[in-house]
Design a protein around this ligand. Structure first.
Ligand SMILES: Nc1ncnc2c1ncn2[C@@H]1O[C@H](COP(=O)(O)OP(=O)(O)OP(=O)(O)O)[C@@H](O)[C@H]1O
Length: 623
């Protein structure tokens, strides 16, 4: 058995990395250049939202310009108001300057509101773009390669990490604009009086050092934090998938401890992040008032010397705070650091190479001849199948048998290209599967699994779900062949019953999976342990219907029961990573080791062993 239901359903024998991240020891693993890949991904997101990002930039710059102009206009207004007491014309133009002040305040507020709206929209759209790309890529790499990530880790990457990375374009635009205000304020200080600008600039190197240290330490702890989050999510998904086993074993406490084991590490990294952030905020919090005070002190001296007016001093004090606002860029920087770390995790997913397909078709008159030539498959560093040669003539049914763990599911996955062999090739009607057009491949090769995943809103849709459209009659026919029609008709709305409202037993679930495979049967149908939950009578009925009522073609059945092997035209017996023998069941039955394969699996081994033709099928024990 493969490690967990989803792997089994995917038909692959995925390799797991013990730490839940990408497996680095896999042969053929891509080199993960995630730093550069992350930047490329963020640039892609930026290009995707170029229009909105530019608008954010322009609006933020307009708001910054209004903020920078306001102190000068206020200063001028103050000077005019002070002058108005000196003579009858002293206050001329004051109302206009007051109106300009009001206009600038209104412009700043409106620009900020529009920026906030666009920032939200851009973040959401970029996140959606990243998620679509990630999900599309994940589906294109195939179940075997995707299995290097655990489900929980994938959810974290596609949900949380994509959202964090998706905010990068808007944050970058905001950060750029956040520089405009301090730089504009510095320029204004320079214009009012160069000494004021010089007083401010004396403290700038300290501010730069502070920001650099922050960016470095923050990046490291944020990456670590996100990795630990992914690990917790992976454990949680495993625990939820195994909830029944955990409850039955009474190990809920132990499971909770396992899921939450990385929590102290997460909390440590969280504290470190806050410490780094806190240090930066305190640093800039101390530096900013000091800079403002220095500018004001120099401004006071210059006022006394008559080099600046009272209004200009008022403007200078405001410009000093605006220029010191460069320290506030820590917030944007922190957000960008998080986005980049998150983009790195999303880029790891995108670095997995997609399955490459050819564009070839199959000969129209092909019968479904399947050939495995020199096929080797390595799983977890162990060679599960070694140099396997197997030919299944078109239109025949071959049962693949062997002890548990002998590689039956691995072979079934390779036969329909749910995974590629590490060496050798698989051909269908003479065409290598790797060269086939993906549409042709999925139309002509069908699968049913031990634990199928059902998609669609209703039971009927779940059966009809597949590479081609099937009408209601075909759905009903397939359900009949899979012995599913009786229980489906008993459901409140028959085939129209919502899947969520259909209480299904394991065997009924399996029969819906079989019905789906039958409805879409192409020239090769692979049933990987897909009847294991059926009682012997139903299994016999399904076996017969498969020959008579489903589109004729080649069948490859992973079988554990004597009766399944006995009904097949040929049996391929796997042992020690090789095909030990291929032949009719009756002929193989003469070999004691072959009989022993079933003796271990059959509850009524004695009866079964004495019945090579499997005619005691109705009495054989379910596995
Ligand atoms: N992801 C994986 N990492 C490491 N080893 C794996 C992985 N998947 C499968 N294997 C190993 O490959 C071997 C073959 O697995 P496979 O599922 O093909 O066996 P099987 O014959 O179908 O077994 P069963 O009859 O129990 O279902 C097993 O020893 C299994 O432990």
């Amino acid at each position: 058995m493969a490690t967990q239901p989803t792997d089994r359903e995917a038909g692959g024998a995925p390799e797991r990395s013990p730490h839940g991240g990408p497996s680095e020891d896999r042969p053929g693993s891509p080199p993960v250049r995630t730093g550069r890949d992350a930047d490329r991904l963020l640039l892609g997101a930026l290009r995707h939202s170029a229009g909105r990002t530019t608008a954010i930039c322009l609006l933020s710059c307009a708001s910054a310009a209004a903020a920078v102009a306001l102190p000068a206009v206020l200063g001028r207004t103050l000077d005019l108001a002070l002058d108005s007491g000196d003579g009858p014309d002293g206050g001329a133009g004051l109302p206009r300057w007051l109106a300009l002040c009001a206009l600038l305040v209104a412009a700043e507020v409106l620009c900020d509101a529009a920026t906030a709206y666009l920032t939200g929209v851009t973040g959401a759209r970029s996140t959606a773009w990243l998620r679509r790309r990630g999900l599309g890529h994940l589906l294109s790499v195939g179940p075997h390669r995707a299995a290097r990530f655990t489900s929980g880790d994938l959810v974290t990457r596609l949900a949380g990490n994509a959202a964090e990375a998706g905010h990068a374009p808007a944050t970058a635009a905001g950060a750029f604009a956040a520089l405009v205000t301090p730089l504009g304020a510095l320029a204004a200080l320079l214009l009012i009086d160069p000494w004021l600008a010089a007083a401010f600039c004396a403290g700038v190197p300290l501010l730069v050092l502070l920001l650099r240290a922050f960016a470095r330490s923050s990046s490291e702890s944020v990456s670590h934090y996100q990795r630990v989050q992914g690990r917790i999510a992976a454990h949680l998904v495993e625990a939820l998938a195994g909830a029944r086993t955990v409850a039955a074993a009474g190990t809920a406490g132990r499971e909770r401890a396992r899921v939450l084991a990385p929590l102290p590490e997460l909390s440590g990294q969280g504290r470190r992040m806050w410490q780094v952030y806190g240090r930066a905020v305190v640093g800039s919090g101390v530096l900013v008032p000091l800079l403002t005070a220095a500018v004001l002190a120099v401004g006071g001296v210059r006022l006394a010397a008559g080099a600046v007016s009272v209004g200009e001093l008022l403007a200078a004090s405001r410009y000093a705070s605006l220029a010191a606002g460069i320290g506030g860029i820590t917030t944007q920087l922190s957000s960008l650091v998080r986005s980049r770390a998150a983009a790195r995790r999303a880029a790891e997913l995108l670095a997995v190479p997609p399955v490459e397909h050819g564009g070839r078709s199959l000969p129209p008159d092909g019968t479904g001849r399947l050939e495995l030539r020199g096929v080797t498959a390595v799983r977890g560093g162990r060679t599960v199948l070694r140099d396997v040669d197997l030919t299944v003539p078109g239109g025949t049914t071959v049962a693949v048998v062997g002890a548990s763990g002998s590689g039956k599911s691995t072979l079934a996955a390779l036969a329909g290209r749910l995974a590629d062999p590490d060496e050798g090739e698989v051909l269908l009607d003479g065409v290598p599967l790797a060269g086939l057009d993906p549409g042709v491949l999925r139309r002509e090769v069908g699968y049913a699994f031990e634990r199928p995943a059902l998609f669609g809103a209703t039971v009927g849709e779940a059966i009809g779900f597949g590479p081609r459209e099937v009408d209601d009659r075909a759905v009903a026919r397939a359900a009949r062949a899979a012995s599913a029609d009786v229980f489906v008709n008993r459901l409140p709305a028959g085939y129209g019953t919502a899947l969520a409202d259909a209480p299904l037993s394991g065997g009924e679930f399996q029969r819906l999976g079989l019905a789906r495979a039958f409805a879409h049967a192409g020239r090769l149908l692979i049933l990987d342990d897909a009847t294991s939950s059926l009682d012997s009578v139903t299994e016999l009925q399904v076996g017969r219907a498969l020959t008579r009522e489903v589109r004729a073609g080649t069948r490859l059945l992973v079988a554990h029961r004597v009766s399944s092997a006995a009904r097949a035209d040929l049996v391929a017996w796997l042992a020690d990573g090789r095909v030990r023998a291929v032949g009719p069941h009756e002929a193989l039955w003469e070999i004691p080791e072959y009989r022993a394969v079933f003796a271990a699996g059959e509850a009524d081994a004695d009866g079964a062993a004495a019945d090579p033709a499997g005619t005691a099928a109705a009495g054989e024990g379910a596995r």
